[in-house]
Design a protein around this ligand. Structure first.
Ligand code: MV4
Length: 449
């Protein structure tokens, strides 16, 4: 096991990683920007080191400063958390070349799965279901037109290196395809430095289903079942749950096993999430693979009892997986509400400033992953997520009831948060019956005004 881990992140995930380190007997070190100098999570690190000013590009995204910080503090490994450099294969490579273990996949596995075209090719081989579409990236527009006619419109043009909906174009007829390929490629080249695009069938109404996996880096991988992340707005997830409601057990086992095969075939080490869309007949189509620990990993921890962050650290240290597939089972239901400092009534405007009131909920099956407390000043530089309320109960219905009471007892002020939105969202018939799709929150919010 490592002696010391440098945490190249901030906020609740830095605190989550500190907790995992302590239980493994590893010394946690935190980097921070000047804007985060009073970050409450820093109190729990063995050592802290400032790596630059508030803007992420000058601090949390500076590879050179992170490596220097690891050298100065005698760390032997670097944990990237999520966001920032977590999915940057160059950073994984720089860590290795500088003599530090990157806690995550090898740069090779990350690059293979991070490129959506090569990921899709590997998925086909592993028997992971994918959307019909072009075999690889588009080289000739005629090829794209032929494939689109074959699979039928609508189709979607996607950037191989895209993310968060950027570099995507929905196309409803042949006459629009050439322009869409052209503009998606241009947008992708400008945003991601690579204009490679591909075409696949576009699914109008779907649920977002994702499989948690962990690989040992030597070809072995297990899955920890799935999460449903259908309740989102503008590519920002609001509520996640595990397991996904109402999915046929055989179809579900089949897709989860296929996801674990894909991760094993990439010789992937660490936690990975294989994302799918699920149609109304419960057919699955892979979207992409996230090569990091995700924000919503706690719902999976609650239903499986597996500590995903600790397991990721163990495999990075060269230990075998501590869990066998046949020992993993699902217990009850978990729901996570992301608590964001933003005003749902004012177009989700971010709310920086001093937290004066912070009264967290508690009780059986209630978990709060947060770095916030009363007296903490939320800096304006970063993501607005200040915590996650995760609730575990025997059934989905009970998990909803438990979440609603926990949200009711959760008081944060004076700034606005997403708590009020969650109280309304969890009480909606679409959510209660899980009769929803990836556009439902946006439709609901538009209808209200
Ligand atoms: C799709 C799709 C429909 N059909 N692909 C959006 C972000 C990127 N990760 C993939 N995305 C989508 N890909 C096909 N073939 C619809 C989306 C999509 C979406 C997916 C998951 C969660 C929310 C979404 C919101 C809008 C569009």
């Amino acid at each position: 096991m490592f002696n010391r881990i440098l945490i190249a992140n901030r906020g609740e995930i830095a605190l989550r990683i500190i907790r995992a380190c302590r239980e493994l007997g590893v010394s946690p070190v935190c980097v921070h920007s000047t804007a985060d100098a009073d970050g409450p999570w820093l109190d729990w690190a063995d050592e802290t080191i400032c790596i630059g000013p508030g803007p992420s590009v000058d601090s949390y995204l500076r590879m050179d400063r992170l490596i220097s910080a690891a050298e100065c503090t005698h760390a032997d490994a670097i944990h990237p958390g999520y966001g920032f450099l977590s999915e940057n294969a160059e950073f994984a490579s720089v860590c290795r070349d500088s003599g530090f273990t990157f806690i995550g996949p090898s740069p090779e596995a990350m690059a293979l799965l991070g490129d959506k075209v090569s990921c899709k090719r590997m998925a086909r081989k592993a028997g992971t279901p994918v959307f019909p579409g072009t075999e690889g990236e588009i080289e000739e527009i005629d090829e794209a037109i032929t494939v689109a006619r074959e699979i039928g419109f609508p189709v979607i043009v996607k950037a191989a290196f895209g993310g968060g909906g950027r570099g995507m174009r929905i196309v409803r007829g042949d006459d629009e395809l050439a322009d869409a390929v052209e503009s998606a490629a241009q947008e992708a080249a400008a945003a991601f430095g690579n204009g490679s695009v591909y075409v696949e069938k576009y699914l109008e109404k779907a649920r977002h289903f994702e499989v948690q996996t962990i690989g040992d880096g030597r070809g072995n991988a297990v899955h920890l079942y799935e999460r449903d992340c259908t309740s989102q707005r503008r590519h920002q997830k609001l509520v996640e749950e595990a397991p996904a409601a109402g999915v046929d057990p055989e179809k579900r086992d089949h897709v989860c096993e296929s996801a674990a095969r894909l991760i094993g075939s990439a010789e992937y080490g660490g936690a990975a999430t294989v994302e799918f869309l699920m149609d109304h007949e419960q057919n699955f189509y892979m979207l992409e693979v996230n090569t990091r620990v995700q924000v919503e990993h706690p719902v999976t921890e609650m239903i499986t009892g597996v500590d995903i962050v600790q397991e990721g650290i163990r495999v990075a240290a060269g230990e075998p997986l501590s869990i066998r597939q046949e020992d993993i089972s699902v217990d009850g239901h978990a729901i996570e509400c992301r608590i964001n400092a933003e005003d749902p009534d004012r177009n989700f405007m971010p709310q920086a400033g001093l937290i004066e009131t912070f009264d967290p909920p508690g009780g059986p099956g209630v978990r709060l992953d947060t770095h916030a407390r009363s007296g903490y000043r939320i800096p304006p530089n970063y993501d607005s997520m200040i915590g996650k309320l995760i609730v575990h109960a025997p059934t989905r219905e009970q998990a909803i009831a438990r979440s609603l009471e926990a949200l009711r007892q959760f008081r944060i002020g004076p700034m606005k948060t997403s708590i009020s939105l969650h109280r309304r969202l969890l009480d909606r018939p679409e959510f209660r019956t899980a009769d929803f799709d990836i556009k439902w929150v946006e439709r609901w919010l538009a209808d209200e005004t």
